[in-house]
Design a protein around this ligand. Structure first.
Ligand code: NAD
Ligand code: MG
Length: 392
């Protein structure tokens, strides 16, 4: 039987890499739904090529445009257009696996829907887990879903762990996440105020969406990944360590109780963790180039500089604070990054907005998805206020 896929965020960097892998294995996969928020041309081409039953374009005017163009091509794909349609396709009974590749907290509700419906959930959308936290993991457990990490670091950790999660707690000493250090690893911290969006999104090793590229430059991406690792692998924040590894060959490591370290290596190509998530527990061709150890000049490791990357420590701080704090941090960061990309905020002020929002907001503990979404929107308002104040 073919695996029937819903690919949320199919026009993005992860979405297109997923379709690249899927296209290599037509005998294994069938595309049930594709979704996007913009880029009608790309979604149209994907629909014509993969013939999904549904396409969700979460924008009424763009959805109408897409539907009209699909019908003029004689396509049978049905177009839907609301955020709740994302949840509906993610939980549809004819779907086996959901690739969660929407960027930001906008992906939380469809992730929870897929988790509650017991799907195989391929998680690239780290913000959803950072916002959802324990509640996300409870939905996975109670829905009988299978959560497979797609973030390269977490895929590496997952590949370095034994199959049975029940054995993890007694074996893991530390989880060591590697970070490339992004484009400003060696830049003088005193000059970070003048960084432009173009400089910030030019990542040395990976080609990614704009938001995660800025997060890599501030290392907020790694902060989000520390939070992600805490929930995925159920370890204490103190058990997670970050090391800079500029070559991005070692994708992350597990240090065991006996001091043995197991790592996963490969060329930096997201098709590897995507193919692993799609084929797990098997392996299949990803299309990625092989590592050539004879050409690998060196692998180096260094400690992240707290002056250059002040946001990194917020991961441990927010994990130790009241439940919901990681959702506040994520919302603030989404607002700050958007403002930076809009040239309304300086690069070094992203951290100021995050810190101010964390300090300013008082909130009650979220107990439901609705509470979390309300907290997310409350934090966005506070972060917008911080941006406006900094503009003045
Ligand atoms: P991207 O910006 O390239 O793509 C985002 C996708 O989500 C697009 O299809 C877009 O249309 C859709 N989308 C955006 N806002 C939406 C909304 N409000 N509602 C519905 N759909 C929306 O991003 P990306 O780089 O592919 O990253 C996707 C996710 O995967 C992020 O959470 C990112 O952190 C994570 N991730 C990406 C990479 C990478 O290499 N790109 C690696 C690891 C993890
Ligand atoms: Mg990553």
């Amino acid at each position: 039987m073919k695996q029937r896929l819903a690919i949320l965020g199919s026009t993005g960097s992860i979405g297109t890499s997923t379709l690249d892998v899927v296209a290599r294995h037509p005998e294994r996969f069938e595309v049930f739904a594709l979704t996007a928020a913009s880029r009608v041309d790309e979604l149209l081409q994907q629909c014509l090529r993969f013939a999904p039953r549904f396409a969700v374009m979460v924008d009424a005017a763009r959805a109408a445009d897409l539907a009209q163009r699909l019908s003029s091509h004689g396509s049978a794909t049905r177009v839907l257009s609301t955020p709740s349609d994302l949840e509906w396709v993610a939980a549809h009974e004819d779907v086996d696996a959901v690739m969660a590749a929407i960027v930001g907290a906008a992906g939380l509700a469809p992730c929870i829907a897929a988790a509650r419906a017991g799907k195989r959930l391929l998680l690239a959308n780290k913000e959803a887990l950072v916002v959802g936290g324990e509640m996300f993991m409870t939905a996975v457990r109670e829905g009988g879903a299978r959560l497979l990490p797609i973030d390269s670091e977490h895929s590496a950790v997952f590949q370095s762990l034994p199959d049975d999660p029940a054995t993890w707690a007694q074996r893991i000493d530390r989880i060591i996440l590697t970070a490339s250090g992004g484009p400003f690893r060696t830049r003088d911290p005193a000059t970070l105020h003048s960084v432009t969006p173009e400089e910030a999104v030019a990542h040395p090793n990976w080609v990614m969406g704009r938001k995660i590229s800025v997060d890599s430059a501030t290392m907020m991406n790694k902060a989000l990944e520390v939070i992600e690792a805490r929930y995925l692998f159920n370890v204490a924040p103190e058990q997670i360590e970050v090391v800079i590894h500029p070559q991005s060959v070692v994708h992350s490591m597990v240090q065991y109780r006996d001091a043995s370290v197991v790592a996963q290596l490969g060329t930096p190509d997201m098709r590897v963790p995507i193919a692993y998530g799609l084929s797990w527990p098997e392996r299949m061709e990803s299309g990625a180039e092989r590592l050539d150890f004879r050409r690998l000049a060196a692998m180096t490791f260094e400690t992240p500089d707290a002056r250059r990357f002040p946001g990194l420590a917020l991961a441990w701080d927010s994990l130790r604070a009241a439940p919901g704090t990681t959702a506040v941090l994520n919302a603030a960061n989404e607002v700050a990054v958007a403002a930076f990309l809009d040239r309304r905020l300086r690069f070094d002020q992203i951290h100021v907005v995050n810190l101010e929002t964390l300090c300013a907001l008082s909130f009650s503990e979220p107990h439901s998805l609705a509470d979390l979404l309300a907290l997310d929107s409350q934090a966005r308002t506070a972060a917008e206020r911080a941006v406006t104040r900094l503009l003045a």
